[in-house]
Design a protein around this ligand. Structure first.
Ligand code: IPE
Ligand code: IPE
Ligand code: MG
Ligand code: MG
Length: 322
């Protein structure tokens, strides 16, 4: 298991400053809800990828990319607040989720506020950059909707699952990477490489998130164990397990996925089944293979310190404990 400082803390501080300026709007409830989430941690992986991508193509002044990096984190924050309402998740980053603490109405509207603030920052950029981020936001919305339509769908295929996670999770990461490159300038082929890197990193990242849902330590992930199973959300682990169990275990898994109030012992038993049929190893290997694809994409760029940093980020995405 590896951990890295994802990005220069000085530059991330600049990003956090812009985020805080955006949040501090004078409306108490919006400020409280926003700070509750923003100040509770978060890996800042999207802005980190964006700034590193910018520098990897020799962007001239990282300050040019900082507001966009703040914008993508504001979008991420709004998405998480809405995702937790949608997923009925009570805990994130080791704290009560925004809607649990402040009520659904305040959380929902603060999520909207954060999106608009993000787009205010985005409006200062060229059309190409604006389009990349806008398309990613649309993909997230579509991915989350398709996922909702497939809650408790025990017949969801691995292919359809991969399409959902590409939209809901990988698209903003690949957009961060590409937009970082586009801001730096240079060849379109290099922007394509960065996009491909971000896409594969993002898919590996979400698969790892699904793994951590069943093997993670709450202290590190800040999220309760087995949340996806409790919600009936299909993941690569449940799909693999359903395809690889005999009758009685299949029936048990199916009942846990379909039932929305499972006792913890049933969740733990379902996790045990997944472990025994190799679903966790399968998902970890798949995640690692996407990390490898992300790194392979970068091989086509001239090697530099920043490319090494991006390589490390790909490793981190698929081998982490939080
Ligand atoms: C959580 O994203 C949602 C997923 C896409 C899995 P992160 O794991 O990046 O969340 P924070 O920002 O670090 O808490
Ligand atoms: C998150 O997927 C994807 C988003 C678009 C936020 P999850 O629902 O798995 O993320 P967590 O586990 O709640 O962070
Ligand atoms: Mg969720
Ligand atoms: Mg999750």
């Amino acid at each position: 298991m590896m951990d890295i400082e994802l990005y220069s803390s000085d530059e991330m501080k600049l990003v956090n400053d812009v985020i805080n300026e955006s949040i501090d709007c004078g409306i108490k409830i919006i400020e409280r809800v926003s700070h509750h989430v923003i100040d509770s941690g978060g890996k800042r992986i999207r802005p980190a990828v964006m700034l590193a991508a910018y520098k990897s193509l020799n962007g001239k002044d990282v300050k040019e990319a900082v507001p966009l990096a703040a914008s993508i984190e504001l979008i991420h924050t709004g998405t998480l607040i809405h995702d937790d309402i949608n997923d009925r998740s009570a805990v994130r980053r080791g704290m009560p989720t925004a809607h649990t603490k402040f009520g659904t109405s305040a959380a929902l509207l603060t999520g909207d506020f954060l999106f608009v603030k993000a787009f205010e920052l985005l409006s200062e950029y060229d059309k190409e950059v604006r389009d990349i981020i806008t398309q990613a936001c649309l993909s997230v919305a579509v991915g989350e909707i398709i996922q909702s339509q497939n809650i408790t769908n025990i017949h969801l295929s691995e292919k359809d699952y991969l399409e959902i996670i590409e939209q809901k999770t990988a698209s903003p990461i690949s957009a961060s990477s590409r937009a970082g490159g586009v801001m730096a300038g240079g060849q379109a082929a290099h922007h394509d490489i960065l996009e491909k890197y971000g896409l594969n990193l993002g898919i590996g990242f979400q698969i790892m998130d699904d793994v951590l849902d069943v093997v993670g330590a709450h202290k590190e992930t800040g999220k309760p164990l087995g949340n996806d199973l409790s919600e009936g959300k299909m993941t690569i682990l449940s799909i693999h397990a359903l395809n690889n169990t005999n009758n009685s275990k299949y029936k048990f898994l199916k009942s846990v996925i379909l039932n929305n109030q499972n006792p913890m012992e049933d969740i733990l038993e379902a996790i045990d089944i997944m472990k025994n049929v190799g679903s966790i190893d399968y998902a970890r290997d798949l995640s690692v293979s996407y990390g490898e694809k992300a790194r392979a994409a970068l091989e086509e760029l001239p090697r530099s310190e920043m490319i090494d940093k991006l390589m490390l980020m790909a490793n981190f995405a698929v081998d982490r404990n939080h």
